[in-house]
Design a protein around this ligand. Structure first.
Ligand SMILES: NC(=O)c1ccc[n+]([C@@H]2O[C@H](COP(=O)([O-])OP(=O)(O)OC[C@H]3O[C@@H](n4cnc5c(N)ncnc54)[C@H](OP(=O)(O)O)[C@@H]3O)[C@@H](O)[C@H]2O)c1
Length: 328
């Protein structure tokens, strides 16, 4: 597998596929999701053939592109996983459950699904490399059922001595097309920044295309196996809510007022949201667990825990990223 760093290729300086890469194939799960779509776009842009898993009954629409083949199935369905990884040089697991109330909502995709994917890879003849998209939340498994499930998924993978695995723990990922943070950005556009908890928290961020480029960087062959990376947009120490508000204000050309949402109020909102969701059969985004995650004051990526990934560098800072989100 050969890749070239070619700044002229796509304006981002990531890679271009050379003719001998024509047969290079990556298997991707979660390709209908926010991160998975960006990852597939980036691979296709680099001339890599993509086999992607999609769940026919979930209602998501798989996009089409030359070089992209969709495999119907589920992380819990072993035959579809075997079909997915057949002849793949690497597997990128972007699938996961990000909304839910209790661990029963997260464990099937984030733990059991990972277990089955790992088992299928381990039992395959060619044993493709695995990149698993975890979450920074995994470093605090006790904070929420989501975080706990992400940590269990990581633990399953890191126990695999016979596999070439790499884990990425992204912090909050943002970009156009993101459903989870959309309400926050909509409020910001209207001049209101909702800062949860004490409002003093700090957090790292990463723009979705940067994360996708990091994954393609991993794929291009530098040996990063057996390691876990906390990737961010290059800002050491992360951001405060004040930083975000000031940046948004500069871009939008209007004041953005920071409004603190105290933990008790956030918990109450989470309770109401969970109740409303249970009555409508929807999966609530704001739950008690999510409220605890939002109120936690340190979601800053730890440089000592991975830092830049073997020379990968982010390209989009907060100002550029917010401009893209606001369509400016
Ligand atoms: N977004 C963030 O800020 C962020 C931050 C850190 C980590 N992450 C991690 O990144 C991953 C992707 O997140 P996202 O924001 O892209 O979420 P998303 O938009 O909800 O996408 C989730 C993807 O996983 C698929 N999926 C869920 N359960 C599955 C199953 N049982 N079998 C096969 N596919 C399944 C979904 O398929 P359907 O379309 O069929 O539902 C969808 O394609 C997750 O593991 C999440 O923990 C996200």
């Amino acid at each position: 597998m050969t890749f070239s760093l070619n700044p002229e290729a796509d304006g981002w300086g990531i890679c271009s596929a050379r003719p001998e890469d024509a047969a290079v194939t990556v298997a991707v799960t979660g390709g209908t999701g926010f991160i998975g779509r960006a990852v597939i776009r980036q691979f296709i842009k680099c001339g890599v053939q993509v086999r992607a898993l999609f769940r026919p009954r979930s209602g998501s629409t798989p996009p089409s592109a030359p070089g992209l083949t969709w495999i119907p199935g589920d992380l819990l369905h072993i035959p579809s996983l075997e079909h997915l990884i057949r002849d793949a040089d690497a597997v990128v697991n972007c699938a996961g459950a990000i909304t839910g109330v209790h661990s029963g909502h997260f464990v099937p995709a984030n733990v059991e699904g990972v277990k089955r994917l790992v088992s299928v890879i381990s039992h395959s003849k060619h044993r493709p490399r695995l990149l698993h998209v975890s979450s920074l939340a995994a470093r605090m498994p006790e904070i929420s059922p989501y975080a706990g499930s992400k940590r269990l998924g990581e633990d399953l993978i890191s126990r695999q001595d016979a596999l070439e695995w790499t884990i990425i723990r992204p912090p909050a990922v943002y970009g156009p097309g993101d459903r989870a943070l959309r309400p926050l950005f909509e409020c910001m556009r209207r001049g209101l920044l909702l800062a949860p908890g004490t409002g003093e928290g700090r957090f790292s961020l990463i723009f979705v295309e940067d994360l996708a480029r990091a994954i393609v960087f991993w794929f291009k062959g530098v040996d990063l196996s057996g390691r876990c990376f906390e990737l961010h947009d290059g800002r050491p120490g992360g951001y405060s809510w004040k930083d975000v508000g000031e940046t948004a204000s500069r871009i939008l050309g209007r004041p953005v007022l920071r409004v603190r949402i105290p933990p008790g109020f956030l918990r109450m909102l989470a309770g109401m949201n969970t109740l409303a969701a249970s009555m409508t059969g929807m999966s609530p985004i704001l739950t008690a667990g999510k409220a605890r995650e939002l109120c936690h004051e340190d979601w800053v990526c730890c440089p000592g825990h991975g830092g830049e990934m073997g020379g990968w560098m982010p390209a989009v800072d907060l100002e550029q990223g917010l401009r893209r989100v606001f369509g400016l």
